[in-house]
Ligand binder design. Structure first.
Ligand code: MG
Length: 102
């Protein structure tokens, strides 16, 4: 699957979420949701690193799975946000991270 296909599927998923829960998927939603997901990722990392209340601790493999899920949410919402803002994220990644001189 290439980046464009992935983006299409993620945007379709976000739109389905919007329809299901009667939420308008616009730039404001996407940016706020991205912050929510970053918070969830942060919480998952705190639990994974055992820097949370002991009752939240999970076995290593489970806590790592939770970190992976929340990181996937962060990436998904980043891609949805880029799409809503009309940004070609693949091009931006190439320019900013890979071909820094061009
Ligand atoms: Mg999440």
């Amino acid at each position: 699957m290439d980046f464009q296909e992935l983006q299409k599927l993620l945007v379709a998923n976000a739109l389905n979420y919007g329809e299901k829960y009667n939420v308008k998927i616009d730039e404001d939603f996407a940016i706020l949701k991205l912050y929510e997901e970053l918070g969830e990722f942060s919480q998952a990392m705190l639990i994974h690193r055992r820097k949370s209340r002991p009752e939240k601790h999970l076995p290593e493999e489970l806590s790592k799975e939770e970190v992976a899920k929340e990181l996937a949410d962060v990436l998904g919402m980043t891609i949805v946000t880029a799409n809503l803002l009309g940004i070609d994220l693949e091009k931006a990644l190439n320019k900013k991270w890979i071909h820094k001189d061009s």
